[in-house]
Design a protein around this ligand. Sequence first.
Ligand code: GLY
Length: 381
Amino acid sequence: MENVIFQNKEWIDATWERVDKKLRKVAVRSRDKLPYTTIDGNHDNKAETNITWWTNGFWGGMMWLMYQGTRNEEYRKTARRSEEILDEAFKKYKNLHHDVGFMWHLVSGANYRITGNQESCVRNLYAASLLFSRYNIDGDYIRAWNGEEQAGYSIIDCLMNLPLLYWASDEIGDDRFRKIAMRHMDMAMRDHIRPDGSINHIVDHELDKVGVKQVIAGQGYGTDSCWSRGLAWAVYGAVISYIHTGKTEYLETAKKSADYFIGHCKKTDYLPLVDFGAPEAPVYYDSTAGVCAACGILEIAKYVSEEEGEEYTREAIRLLKACDEHFCNYDDKQDALVMMGTERYPHNEKAMKGVHIPIIYGDFFFVEALLKLKGNDFLIW
Ligand code: GLY
């Protein structure tokens, strides 16, 4: 019997070709930048405006993924350049936060694992130590952001920073990093992920004992709703923790959140809304949630029964095809690939500027998902 990937092979190969044809040009054009979004079709540059910005690793990470899929040297050169540019961020210690996983593991971690570069290994170990040091022993969580009023905050997004800790433990043969990552993952299952698989974005913890002071809506619509990208972080983050630890509860959690995600996307033709619990109108989409969740769902598919795996793969492909059809821009004169990303549910006019824009991690996860479908088993996380 033909499996679902085989049935979609023509679309997978053709889409990969289109992506490569475009990104080959963009990789050279944006070599000296750390892009976040675009202005009039051209990448902006966070290296100039905010070197410690949390998304600064996605561009280099995507270059490593393209290099894995093509072995085109231009991608490798741009990935290496982005790593050099990012060194400046290490000098701003007080501005760094828990997203050092996103920032360095996708760039230095990938470089080290692909090429064996020792300087990249050291950079990634420094980043891991920084993340490790943010663990609050009494409150039992990894602290997200800086500033006194945010001392008790953990956010669901942090699950995607944990691979940096798993890697560090493996690299130096010391379980300390892994144990902290698992403590945080266990906390997330208790305090962030609800019994139906939906999520709380921000949890404000007691500082000197284990306990929740309050739940905060964060980038979602409200405290009882479900921000879709936060849910995607939970789906992918939980399955990654399962892959690195073998703890079956993490896989069960990933499945529960994936089922919630898929169930809600079916209602909107696989085009994810920004929040699954927001009012029906106005309609705001977030392409980035769909492509990130698709990557997690494709990983889940590898660790369940063959029948279940086929079904998860089919759902991931539906999300990716919807993105391809409605959100992708293959014009190689424009720098962004995946349009219609949304930073947060817009409760006010100011937040509207982050609605339906291209965001670099939309491109990253679309590329990552295609690479998985092409059978490349390099897990960058
Ligand atoms: N980590 C912040 C976001 O997903 O927008």
